[in-house]
Design a protein around this ligand. Sequence first.
Ligand SMILES: Cc1ncc(C[n+]2csc(CCOP(=O)(O)OP(=O)(O)O)c2C)c(N)n1
Length: 336
Amino acid sequence: MAEITSQEEKQKLVKAYTAMVLSRTLDKKIVNAQRQGRVGFYTPTIGQEALQIGAAMALEENDLIYGYYRDVPLMISRGVPIDLIINQIMGNSADISKGRQMPSHYGSRKHNFMSIQSPVATNLPLAVGAAYSLKYRKKKNIVLTTFGEGSTSTPDFHAAMNMAAVYNLPVIFLCENNGWAISLPVEKQTKVDIWKKADAYGMPGTRVNGNDILETYAAVRTAAKNAREGKGPTLIDAISFRMGPHSTSDDPTKYRSESVPEGSEKDPLTIAEAALKALKLMDDKMLESIKQKTVKIVDDKFDECEKIPPPNPVTAFEQVYSEQTWMLKEEVGDIL
Ligand SMILES: Cc1ncc(C[n+]2csc(CCOP(=O)(O)OP(=O)(O)O)c2C)c(N)n1
């Protein structure tokens, strides 16, 4: 287990654990709601809480995040309220994109969390472009971008890694290596360990146990320090396991037999709880109390969001052009 010593870091860990519990509880709530027909679709995050929240622990508020569809824990640890996430999944009138996007395509300008795109790895070149801009403008903030190991087989991954290294940009590539790209295991995805790909582009690459929040935190902390000091990008290969299905439309029992059950020794929450207890920051009673309270918070918020009506159809014609074109005006007229 990686070491943390300062009081500030210990407090961060306690906060991070509450974010982990909130993410896990929300995740289970949404999956159940999908099974009940209350939401249409969702990409579960269970199993990837430690690596995302560990990364967030090492960042500053003004650092930019270009994430992907499985990054709810990362959003939560940045302070994104859970109703923003629930409303997006429901596509109701309180959703910031007014139901235009499919579920799991969140974003929050306030939290420097860019909107998610569907095509995998398309966030990487954007992250590199943002890092270029920060460097050009001599800003001190940096960029974190995340992606699954399957996304490393795209041209966007290679173009982004190359440009980041050539221009020595302040960007961290965090590979959420959960072992599977839908039904394709990592061994069939690539012949080389993901972290070793960094060498081909001339940047440091490192592998961590992504189920261990402190290990991921330590790696991202080092990468962030380097990026801020002008020492360029890093690739971090955070090994984890996708404990749930790829999405609510997927049945992993059709293609894999391995599992990491909740509460088992590889579960990121179990590992975080052991760390909190070893550091004497929490005992079993406190851990249980956080879990209980969180269930109520999530249940209440979910019920609240469910009462919000769907978007007014005319909103489909808004927020694209600053002034509506005559064609749009005509179409809106047909609806009213
Ligand atoms: C460019 C592109 N190709 C294919 C897909 C279809 N697709 C959606 S998710 C996914 C698997 C991605 O796996 P990985 O990058 O490992 O992330 P994970 O879902 O495991 O977190 C694929 C192939 C897509 N969205 N975009």
